[in-house]
Design a protein around this ligand. Sequence first.
Ligand SMILES: [Zn+2]
Length: 261
Amino acid sequence: MFLQVMWKIIFRVLVAIFLFEGFLWGVEAEKEIPILCYHRFGAKVNDSMTIKTSVFAEQLAWLKSNNYKVISLENAIKYLKGEIKTIPDRSVVITVDDGHRSVYSDMAPLVKKYAIPVTLFIYPSAISNAAYAMTWKQLQELEATTFFRIESHTYWHPNFKHEKKKLSSEKYKKLVGLQLAGAKQKLEEKMGHKVKYLAWPFGIYDKELEEQAVQAGYVAALTIDRRHARQSDPIMALPRYMIVSRYRIFTFGSIVKGEME
Ligand SMILES: [Zn+2]
């Protein structure tokens, strides 16, 4: 009799543990992801969008020592869309807009040292053309390291707000279509892989632009709205934090932790 009771109790405890575990797995709290947006790096800070290379190194060291894990934009987007169920705790994404040369000269050595994935949003008109921009060869070299991935920032980085005011609605729509599809096609041809993601130039977007981006074949698009990305966010307007030169490491940490807007 005593043994029977004991077994019953043990059985119940085991069932309870099993259910509780299942409960924990089933309702794992949704993770919110800080997606960071950089532009340029350098030994000297000339403007708000240039991050001192030593400061960037300090930020990467901060992420590492605070147990943050830099994940690829691809995995973040799959998680936000519910295509993968989980990502590491303290996930963070690093992106860089515009294809500035300092990505190759200053940023890449640190990216290799920390072995982290980085997405570059490129507008093809500048590449192998503008003095400040990287060449196609440099972009291919960066992708060959496997740490970098090239995605789209439209063809020549237009200000869609200005263009909308200037052009007839028909011409405007045509321009947007060419900017979105043209960049995708050129980047795919040069990089030899599908281009799926878009960063809105100047962070400008609206419903009409989002629809055209879907039509052009983009899977997700990013803004510079300052908050963590959540599964409830519109997939064609995911938020990112622009990182600027005046941030001290304390501010950087607060942004990543979601303590400030
Ligand atoms: Zn840009």
